[in-house]
Design a protein around this ligand. Structure first.
Ligand SMILES: Nc1ncnc2c1ncn2[C@@H]1O[C@H](COP(=O)(O)OP(=O)(O)OP(=O)(O)O)[C@@H](O)[C@H]1O
Ligand SMILES: [Mg+2]
Length: 504
């Protein structure tokens, strides 16, 4: 049969009408119609349909884990759908406390990339079967379907889709509710698996603005942090894992923990508070760290109390000596049933965690150690490259006091500021103690005067800078006694060895 231009036009318009009809029907009777016609539809489109369709199912392969691609596309589309889609659905995000708008099921929106038009269709198929299960069942299947002309296959596959996934992940990170993790195991009921970390929402309000430290130092730290967070390419270029170590040291109450919260808030990172004394051994430590995500700060507080520098673990350091006694008492009370499981994490295990081969997993991580006694730490642990930046947080100085006075009392000047300035030059007081004095005590009095006077009084009672700390003196005395004791034990040992040698 010879086809003239008229019959071509007729065939063209029939196909166009069929496709239009198909699109309309699919829009309004998506599930039933599509299931019924799917066999013929597939054959039909392979013959004449010039478009390619890619499907992104919510669950694929491992049924209990949501597909990463689906989640990323969902975030990407949620950003644009509120403007373009006609039917939307609103849900609380998995990981966020914000309302998230996304395309309703069986809704279609168009997108454009480099002048190419694309269609995203949000699809949900349900079966009539009635099943009751704790697990996600096969009955409800959601997926996104992307449709584009086949001549753009390379552009879409190689440029558009990677961009959608990348942008979707970034949007999800921005929208997520930040978390504070601690290393005690928990159970994830959405993905039905045991987790090595448990978490609560991270809600610490500290910022660098409210931190009472030297302004120059503050600026330097902030610049360093921001530079780090933007240096993905740089780290890749120099062949270093994208991570940075900070050692924060100084007396109690000088703002080490507060600075960690400020760092997390500045960079929008999660915080993993690693309690080393609760980690069983090196492989458990590795597992914990492998289960941390990027854009996070891994914190080990009071590192000197968690790790014996000889490479053996303390069961708790100096501060736990008292606890030991208590434990013994408890043990006696429980008829000796209390058995403390000792952790076997070693110094080398920890070093391996900081810069071993697998420490690069995930990238974009800060590792922060805090200590009150930097002199107790093994140089190997804090050498540059491992702990790249050492930050000393000291007693309160005038600049720091001004920040606290502004935060707590809302004042930037006062007649008492002069005498406080003079007193701060010669007295040792922690920002925590200053803050405590500046806290309004009741709502009736003139708070500014009362608080500043209370601070002046406290400052006068403080030890002066040149005075030796009684506590320090006490500690030094203890240290001396201890070394003498150790010496005499060694002498005895040497004596024993000598005796043994002589005997041999
Ligand atoms: N530099 C500071 N700037 C602002 N507030 C501070 C500062 N230092 C301490 N504070 C206040 O004192 C409290 C205790 O501070 P923080 O816990 O950060 O001290 P720390 O150095 O971690 O102490 P520790 O060595 O005992 O763990 C905080 O809640 C904060 O309100
Ligand atoms: Mg602290």
């Amino acid at each position: 049969m010879i086809m003239n231009s008229e019959s071509f036009a007729g065939l063209g318009s029939t196909i166009a009408s069929l496709m239009f009809l198909w699109a309309v029907c699919r829009q309004y009777f998506p599930n039933q119609l599509e299931n019924y016609f799917s066999k013929y539809y597939t054959k039909f489109i392979t013959l004449i349909y010039p478009y390619i369709e890619i499907s992104f199912p919510e669950y694929s392969g491992q049924r209990l884990k949501r597909s990463e691609a689906y989640t990323a596309i969902e975030s990407y589309l949620s950003n644009t759908t509120s403007e373009r889609a006609r039917r939307l659905k609103a849900e609380m995000g998995h990981d966020s406390d914000k309302l998230i708008l996304s395309m309703a099921e069986n809704e279609e929106i168009t997108d454009e990339f480099c002048g190419v038009k694309l269609w995203w269709f949000s699809r949900k198929t349900s079966s009539d079967r009635q099943t009751i299960s704790f697990y996600p069942t096969d009955d409800d299947k959601r997926s996104y379907r992307l449709t584009f002309h086949r001549r753009h296959r390379v552009l879409i596959n190689e440029t558009y889709l990677p961009l959608v996934i990348q942008q979707g992940k970034a949007i999800a990170v921005q929208k997520r509710k930040r978390k504070l993790y601690t290393n005690s195991s928990s159970f994830d009921y959405t993905e039905y698996r045991k987790l090595v970390w448990s978490h609560v929402p991270f809600e610490h309000p500290a910022t660098f603005e409210t931190l009472a430290v030297d302004p120059q130092m503050k600026l330097e730290i902030m610049q360093d942090l921001v530079k780090f967070s933007k240096s993905k390419e740089y780290y890749a270029k120099i062949g270093k894992p994208w991570k940075r170590g900070y050692l924060l040291y100084g007396p109690p109450g000088t703002g080490k923990s507060t600075m960690i919260a400020a760092m997390a808030n500045l960079l929008d990172y999660d915080v993993y508070d690693l309690e080393l004394t609760a980690v069983k051994d090196n492989s458990a430590l590795r597992k914990l760290l492998l289960n941390t995500t990027s854009k996070s700060i891994i914190v080990v507080e009071d590192i000197d109390c968690s790790l014996d520098l000889s490479g053996k673990r303390k069961t708790g350091g100096d501060q736990q000596e008292g606890n030991k006694e208590e434990e013994e008492k408890k043990k006696a009370a429980m008829g000796g049933l209390l058995v403390k499981e000792e952790s076997k994490v070693t110094l080398s295990g920890l070093l391996n965690c900081i810069d071993g081969l697998w420490s690069a997993c995930g990238g974009e991580k800060l590792i922060v150690f805090t200590t009150n006694h930097i002199e107790k730490l093994d140089p190997a642990l804090i050498r540059r490259g491992r702990m790249d930046k050492h930050i000393e947080l000291g007693f309160c100085e005038y600049e720091g006091f001004k920040v606290l006075a502004k935060n707590y009392l809302g004042v930037e000047s006062h007649p008492l500021f002069g005498s406080i300035h003079e007193l701060l030059k010669e007295k040792k007081i922690s920002p925590a103690d200053v803050a405590e004095n500046l806290m309004p005590k009741n709502e009736y009095e003139d708070q500014v005067n009362v608080c500043l006077e209370s601070l002046v009084k406290a400052l006068k009672e403080c030890r002066s800078v040149n005075e030796k700390d009684e506590e320090e003196g006490e500690q030094e005395k203890k240290k001396k006694v201890k070394t003498n004791e150790e010496k005499s034990v060694n002498d005895v040992k040497v004596g024993d060895d000598d005796a043994k040698e002589n005997k041999d």
